[in-house]
Design a protein around this ligand. Structure first.
Ligand SMILES: [Zn+2]
Length: 407
């Protein structure tokens, strides 16, 4: 789909355009000529896909439709922060169209679970799964679901979102299909995305004072081999032979540069390489080598014969340890508030999530932003209420909400 969206197309769905208007960048000139119609630099591509759907969907046989594209989008953020909040970011955006509301809802939740599994399983980042309040949902969506991660400093990060649009856009763009019963019906739509913000999330979840700590699944180098006393006879050859062996089952680099081993240790620690393998003359004599984990610096003396088994096991242990550590951080930074004073006190003096009951009214959400500088992160799935009344107004509560301060 193209990068520019004609203004008339963006204007078709009212809530969508109102929601995005404050952060849209506009192209008004083409070369030296004023354009007759402004072009928006895409902040997201629903309107483009809808225009496309309207041209290609005729019958129930055409459904469902599923598209995914990787592209840059632009949102005119007032304050930016590298990786976490930038005006231009690379993302993946998926778009689907379905015959029924039930199918669309199923897809919306299925993608949320895929994202959650990616965060937890591959990135070692525990996430809350839940639904966004109306204030925080995607403009034009009936419902937005989110996976929320907590950074090591207690700031919340929206990791990825999935949206169920119902038939709102379909009505605005006149996207209908002829069903089996010969009736024309509106389609039901979803979209979902994650962005390079994830990189910021990885840094802020796992990083430490020595630099990056990368989860093995996404580490460009999983094991770095550093020869010790490399100019002694046979060391470099042995290191190279190990590199060739390891390259069959992991991403490995041999650093045979002239930098000292100590320099190399620090360099690859800073770059977050999960495992370091040291090999020197004495190791060669003993048929062993030394493995050092990036996360806890644990040193393992391993027989060279066992590397095919030990390296994958150690990478997995490292991933699990990253996850456990991040989960422990979230546990230690999750607080409950059942009255407003407690909530304000927690927001001022602690960092992390505050769990509190909410009546569902926008006024209370706005008041909490004003008095405690917190926003609603999500209404979590599957958690028990912690009271009956709204933490803000005291009226009957509708949902438990995680509140927090976000990047
Ligand atoms: Zn309330």
């Amino acid at each position: 789909m193209p990068m520019f969206i004609p203004e008339s197309l963006l204007n078709k769905e009212k809530e969508h355009v109102e929601g995005f208007a404050p952060e849209v960048a506009w192209v008004t000139m083409g070369g030296s000529e004023q354009l007759t119609e402004r072009l928006c630099v895409r902040p997201t591509s629903e309107t483009l896909f809808c225009e496309h759907y309207a041209n290609i969907i005729r019958s129930y046989r055409d459904l469902p439709k599923l598209y995914n594209q990787w592209c840059s989008v632009v949102r005119w953020e007032k304050t930016t922060r590298p990786f976490l909040r930038s005006r231009e970011f690379l993302w993946q955006e998926g778009h689907t169209m379905h015959a029924t509301a039930e199918e669309a809802q199923e897809e919306t939740l299925r993608m949320l679970e895929i994202y959650a599994n990616f965060f937890e399983g591959d990135l070692g980042m525990p996430v809350l799964r839940g639904r966004k309040t109306d204030k925080e949902k995607f403009a034009g969506a009936e419902a937005t679901y989110t996976v929320e991660a907590l950074m090591h400093d207690g700031k919340a990060l929206q990791g990825g979102t999935t949206h169920n649009f119902g038939d709102g856009f379909a009505r605005a763009f006149d996207i209908k299909y002829l069903d089996r019963d010969n009736q024309l019906k509106y389609c039901h739509q979803t979209s979902w995305g994650v962005s390079t913000r994830i990189i910021g999330g990885i840094i802020m979840t796992h990083g430490d004072d020595s630099g990056l700590v990368l989860p093995p699944a996404v580490a460009p180098i999983q094991v770095v081999i550093i020869p010790v006393q490399m100019h002694k006879e046979g060391v470099l050859e042995a290191a190279e032979a190990l590199r060739a062996r390891l390259s069959k089952f992991c991403r490995v680099k041999l650093d045979a540069s002239d930098n000292s081993p100590g320099w190399k240790f620090s360099e690859y620690e800073m770059k977050g390489v999960p495992l370091r393998l040291e090999i020197g003359p004495r190791d060669i004599e003993n048929g062993q080598c030394v493995l050092v984990r990036r996360d806890n610096r644990e040193k393992l003396f391993v027989s060279q014969d066992d590397l095919e088994a030990v390296i994958p096991e150690t990478l997995e242990a490292l991933r699990a340890a990253l996850y456990e550590k991040a989960l422990e951080n979230r546990r230690n930074r999750t607080w409950d508030a059942t009255d407003l004073d407690t909530l304000v006190d927690l927001a001022n003096n602690r960092s992390g999530y505050i769990r509190a009951m909410w009546c569902g009214e926008l006024a209370c959400e706005e008041k909490l932003k004003e008095v405690a500088d917190v926003t609603s992160r999500c209404m979590p799935f599957g958690e028990e209420p912690i009271g009956d009344t709204c933490v803000c107004c005291g009226k009957p509560a509708k949902s438990l909400v995680y509140w927090g301060k976000a990047y």
